[in-house]
Design a protein around this ligand. Structure first.
Ligand SMILES: [Cu+2]
Length: 174
């Protein structure tokens, strides 16, 4: 090979190396005007064949936050995200409310979950008219069903299972 051409090639290679040496990221590559492939994430290709993939860490982090927010909302049930109220759970097991007494704050929610294979109905005292808190009365809860009630009135509220009225519990709202 001709010596001049060889030197020229070396100079060209050095030039290329120097040029691409300043490219260390997708942004560098895009700013240098190299072609961008509109994939997700986007890719930028330098003349030496190196592919730089766009850093989408921030986008992913936002997605994660959104995911958590949705999950939190579902877990909280009726409570909204900025709500300071607390949700309590009472399990119905072996014809008993567990726990059978709770002290909560006004606007907190209580969710009853029927773990028994027998149907139950959660209802305000007194049986059978349920007039202490007239809207505190569930549908028939089959196994696995749940019922949530928001206690917005301060007081001591007795309740029972309408189908088995010896099953009793108390919610104290302070
Ligand atoms: Cu009843």
């Amino acid at each position: 090979m001709n010596k001049a051409i060889l030197l020229g090639l070396i100079a060209l290679l050095l030039g290329c190396t120097q040029q691409v040496a300043t490219i260390n990221s997708f942004d560098d590559c895009a700013n240098a005007g190299y072609p961008i492939m509109e994939s997700y994430p986007r890719q930028c290709k330098t003349p030496d064949g190196t592919n730089y993939i766009e850093d989408i860490t921030n986008t992913q982090s936002n997605n994660t936050e959104l995911g958590n927010a949705t999950l939190g909302n579902a877990t909280l049930g009726n409570a909204t995200l900025n709500d300071t109220s607390t949700n309590y759970q009472v399990f119905i097991r072996n014809f008993q409310f567990k726990p059978d007494s709770l002290t909560i704050k006004a606007d907190d929610t209580v969710t009853w979950i029927n773990d028994d294979s027998i149907n139950h109905i959660v209802a305000s005292n007194p049986h059978p008219v349920h007039t202490d808190l007239h809207d505190f009365e569930s549908e028939t809860l089959r196994q696995g069903d749940n019922y949530t009630y928001t206690f917005d009135k301060i007081g001591t509220w007795g309740y029972h299972c309408h189908l088995h009225s010896t099953m009793t519990g108390t919610i104290t709202v302070i």
